[in-house]
Design a protein around this ligand. Structure first.
Ligand SMILES: Cc1cc2nc3c(=O)[nH]c(=O)nc-3n(C[C@H](O)[C@H](O)[C@H](O)COP(=O)(O)OP(=O)(O)OC[C@H]3O[C@@H](n4cnc5c(N)ncnc54)[C@H](O)[C@@H]3O)c2cc1C
Length: 552
């Protein structure tokens, strides 16, 4: 039973955490293991106890709802043709984005963390991160040198029985990718059956794993539907947070530390509202400067993605044949009664990591596939027989930015991704599109799919492909980097998430990622929170684990 309240029971807490997402739930779960401390977890969104959040196959439904999704839109950038910039959903619910995400469990590449170390973050090498990845997860199938067997988040591997998934694996083999049994283990490259954070048929979000599944903790109080609107300071100390719940305003005192875990869009916004950010931007927004930290909101990164869509020539091949209205009812009933059947799948059952540039050994592209055409747009869900492959480029060098234009905390911040701003990213996008076409033209498909529906197969020159890339680019929903760790003048926090210039203010979420890793960000954000929770508690970090085998 969680200790969910409408008002805090105390005037002051040792630790106050703003945001209960992948990072916030993890930090709250770990900090509350110290029974001598009082912890308050504050979440703007509502409860996650909804069957469509818990049933993995229901993932498209909460995504459509304003109740669970902040539904941000980026600003248009130089390449965007539509009237709005890329749609950027973010969880507004207990568990944050981990309660509305696709549940693909991907831990990134060894080289990602070693590159963080090489940029001066000596405690963030792969050897330092590995024990925290292992502490966070419970995956029974992998090599225990790499995989955790008893952590809070339970992971299972997809079966990928659908004939179109089998065709993808075969086509990727014929293209030159071998079947990788564990892309979170020794090697990332290859085609794989996906791993997902689902336990006993239920989404294993950060709130499920770190809050509900843990022993009762009277020292952890949770306020939902409560938004932090301002932070009050005395010198270099955060002393109070101002909150609003259903139109009523109140405040609570910070006795120890304040942890911002509001995500890569809203943690920098909270800093900016408190006068911490670039002095010129703050002046334009009418906010007086507390600390000139120009890196707040800079360094915005994401994985630009393209959705390749095909119709199935035999509709029975596609999962869509099982997702008619009656089919969905049957799946829902089976899930409710036995937690079995299609209801326990996140639909993304196969994927791949591949290199495209000569001599490159770290994957540059990720593919994630579903055996239907499903459009989970804000306007509604549409399901058609077919196949979708989401191809995204990894570690792009383009950088975007985030800023605010108003001191009103309820106004969404503005942000711009600047996808494909660099020549390097343009080249990679062209290569990624060609590689996807190649895989879908392999004989293994055996006429099961039509040609690509948006005309991608008929493009000839690189210039044509680049224009298609501009017109069809989407967010892969991995914004990060807006309060990056480091010690240079653009860094926002130190290696433990502590905001430069302040004694007791941290950012702990995807915002502190210095450079975007190779893969989806949920497992990575949880690892970051696991690691910094030890710093907050003053515990010695887990011993680094140096593995001699290569990981790529
Ligand atoms: C639709 C979607 C699909 C995705 N699919 C995958 C996937 O399959 N695999 C994967 O690994 N990653 C996936 N991701 C990405 C991953 O889920 C996120 O990168 C990760 O959850 C970010 O964690 P976070 O803790 O930084 O932020 P979040 O989890 O977004 O948490 C931030 C929390 O802070 C709350 N908050 C914000 N402002 C305030 C405030 N002022 N006061 C109080 N509370 C506030 C928010 O409501 C939210 O609950 C997906 C993301 C989305 C949106």
């Amino acid at each position: 039973m969680l200790n969910i309240l409408k008002r805090p029971s105390r005037t002051a807490y040792d630790y106050i955490i703003i945001g209960s997402g992948s990072a916030g739930s993890t930090v709250a779960g770990r900090l509350s293991e110290d029974k001598s401390k009082n912890i308050l977890l504050i979440e703007a969104g509502a409860s996650d106890r909804n069957i469509f959040i818990q049933m993995p196959a229901g993932l498209g439904i909460p995504l459509m709802k304003d109740r669970y999704n902040w539904k941000f839109f980026a600003e248009k950038d130089h390449i965007t043709e539509s009237t709005e910039g890329p749609y950027t959903p973010r969880g507004k619910v207990l568990g944050g984005s981990s309660s509305i995400n696709g549940m693909n469990w991907v831990r990134g590449n060894k080289a990602d963390y070693d590159s963080w170390r090489d940029c001066g973050l000596s405690s963030w090498s792969y050897a330092h991160c590995l024990p925290y990845f292992k502490r966070s997860e419970n995956y029974q199938q992998g090599d225990s040198a790499y995989r955790g067997k008893s952590g809070p988040t339970k992971i299972i591997k997809a079966e990928a029985r659908n004939p179109l998934f089998q065709a993808f694996i075969q086509a990727a083999n014929d293209y030159g990718l071998t079947l990788n049994q564990d892309h979170n283990g020794a090697t990332q490259i290859g085609v794989h059956k996906t791993q997902r954070n689902v336990a006993d048929g239920i989404r294993h979000s950060a709130s499920q794993a770190y809050l509900y599944d843990q022993p009762n903790k009277p020292n952890l109080e949770i306020l939902m539907e409560t938004r932090c609107t301002a932070i009050e300071f005395s010198g270099a100390d955060a002393v109070k947070v101002h909150l609003t719940r259903r139109g009523e305003n109140f405040s609570v005192e910070v006795a120890g530390e304040l942890v911002l875990a509001a995500g890569a869009i809203q943690s920098p916004q909270l800093l900016m509202l408190a006068g911490i950010g670039d002095k010129n931007m703050l002046a334009d927004a009418g906010i007086s400067v507390r600390q000139h930290l120009p890196g707040v909101g800079a360094n915005l990164q994401d994985h630009p993605a393209w959705c390749f869509e095909y119709s199935a020539t035999n509709p029975n091949d596609s999962l869509a044949s099982e997702l008619s209205y009656l089919g969905r009812l049957k799946i829902g009933m089976e899930w409710l009664l036995s937690k079995r059947g299609l209801g326990i799948s996140n639909h993304f059952e196969v994927g791949a990591f591949l290199c495209l540039t000569e001599n490159q050994t770290i994957p540059e592209v990720q593919m994630e596939c579903i055996a239907m055409r499903g459009d989970f747009a804000p306007e509604g869900i549409q399901i058609e027989p077919g196949y979708q492959c989401f191809t995204s480029i990894q570690r792009p060098s383009s950088r975007g930015k985030l800023w605010i234009h108003s001191a009103d905390p309820t106004e969404s911040p503005k942000f711009k991704f600047n996808y494909l701003d660099t020549d390097e990213d343009k080249k990679l996008a062209i290569a990624a599109i060609k590689a996807t076409r190649d895989i879908f033209q392999q004989p293994a498909w055996n006429g099961r799919l039509t040609s690509e529906l948006s005309g991608c197969d008929t493009l000839n020159s690189d210039a044509e492909i680049l224009q298609w890339a501009y017109a069809h680019v989407e967010s892969n929903y991995h914004p990060c980097g807006t309060c990056r760790m480091g010690s240079d003048d653009q860094a926002v926090t130190d290696e433990t998430g502590k905001v430069h210039g302040f004694n007791n203010l941290r950012v702990v979420d995807a915002a502190i990622i210095p450079s975007i890793p190779t893969g989806n960000l949920n497992a990575i954000t949880i690892m970051i929170a696991e690691k910094i929770a030890d710093s907050i508690l003053g515990l010695a970090p887990l011993e680094p684990e140096y593995i001699l085998r290569n990981q790529n």
